[in-house]
Design a binder for this molecule. Structure first.
Ligand code: ATP
Length: 365
């Protein structure tokens, strides 16, 4: 099912004297393709959950339209939208067994939509098998691990074969190992069912690892949508560049002059941007030790198996220190505390100092 968000806006009224209304989702326009797994990604308060609630019908937009396929569902009540929803806290009924929890949405169906007892049993079994909890149907939620409970919640969302599956931070309550395992599971289940899925997270690694596309949001605004690697390799603005990547991108005060980019007063790359002060953002893997004119002070060297992490500083860095990731084989090129780096042009991005907008230009060695 294709989903179209057209200039969708949600403003909550001001609460209390002197308070302003909050625009949680601001003129949001996006087309989600049939069968796509899309992650809404952004910091706390950026409007992810509000967007999800607009999709499922728990909230009505202040303006804009929402389409499922060609159907305008903007005003359609939540129960008629055919949406399955999974929440961070699982929201299972503690007094019901796994089987009863999964069956619950079917029991609520009325009239001709209500399956027979036998059909219900088949659907429950199918959904439980899909999330691989077929053996646990007789247990109560309290007798399950967090990961198993989340699988039950997913099975319950899938049992009616929804047109769209919405997942709101579904992995937040799981420990690190289970998070990894469950996110792979979600990917597998989504592939197996082909249901258009929107997944909300503030964890960029999670979003990048399982999504077909990510949407990066801030303050209710869509900053960039694209395939994870494309957004990482070609960020639209400084916020997106900083939000994606661990260790994070490093930002420096730089200057463009006469076709060259300067850092610490040294020309580091050729550059066809207009002359002026710029923010230079460089991915940690964008540095070539011993090969250029960007001189930094290496404070510490941490060998992490295949890679080595260098903790560096230099006068033009915007914070205290930054991390450079190099191949462990290149560690012998780091001698002493003062190291000159070359830069990989594809890992360097320029941004406007005032607006944070990307300055698109050609950079070269
Ligand atoms: P988190 O990751 O912390 O869940 P989020 O990105 O999902 O955050 P939302 O919950 O969508 O963000 O909230 C977006 C903004 O809208 C926030 O500033 C929040 O305080 C505000 N907001 C959300 N719901 C309401 C409401 N019912 N009334 C007033 N303001 C609200």
């Amino acid at each position: 099912m294709k989903v179209t968000l057209q200039n969708l806006t949600k403003t909550f009224p001001a609460r209390g004297k002197g308070k302003k209304p909050v625009t949680a989702v601001d003129n949001f326009t996006l087309e989600i393709q049939d069968g796509e797994l899309l992650a809404l990604l952004g910091p706390s308060g950026c409007g992810k959950s509000t967007t999800l609630n607009l999709l499922c019908g728990l909230l009505e937009p202040s303006s804009g339209k929402l389409f499922f396929g060609d159907d305008d569902v903007t005003k359609l009540p939540a129960q008629n939208r055919g949406v399955g929803m999974v929440f961070q806290n699982y929201a299972l009924y503690p007094h019901l067994t796994v089987e009863q929890n999964i069956r619950f949405p079917l029991e609520n169906l009325k009239g001709k939509d209500r399956p027979t007892k036998e059909q219900m049993a088949n659907k429950v079994k199918e959904a439980a098998d899909l999330v691989q909890i077929g053996e646990l149907l007789e247990r109560k939620p309290s007798e399950l691990s967090g990961g198993q409970q989340q699988r039950v919640a997913i099975a319950r969302a899938l049992v009616k074969m929804p047109r769209i599956l919405l997942l709101d931070e579904p992995l937040s309550n799981l420990d690190a190992r289970l998070r990894l395992q469950t996110r792979e599971e979600i990917r597998r289940i989504q592939r197996a069912t082909g249901i258009t899925t929107v997944f909300v997270t503030h964890d960029q690694e999670e979003a990048m690892s399982i999504s077909d596309r990510i949407v990066v949001m801030k303050d209710g605004l869509l900053h960039q949508a694209g395939k994870p690697q494309e957004v990482y390799d070609d960020p639209a603005d400084l916020f997106v560049a900083k939000f994606l990547g661990t260790p994070p991108i490093n930002t420096f005060d730089g200057q463009v002059k006469d076709g060259k980019l300067f850092l610490n007063g040294a020309a580091v790359l050729s550059c066809d941007a207009p002359d002026g002060d710029v923010v230079v953002a460089i991915r940690p893997e964008g540095f070539l030790p011993g090969e250029g004119s960007f001189i930094c002070c290496v404070q510490r060297l941490e060998v992490m198996g295949r890679d080595t992490s260098l903790v560096c500083n230099c006068p033009c860095f915007t914070g205290e220190h930054f991390r450079v990731i190099i191949d462990s084989d290149d560690t012998q090129k780091v001698t002493g505390t003062s190291v000159s780096f070359g830069l990989k042009p594809g890992k360097v991005f320029l941004f406007d100092k005032e607006t944070g907008c990307r300055i698109r230009c050609n950079l070269g060695e």
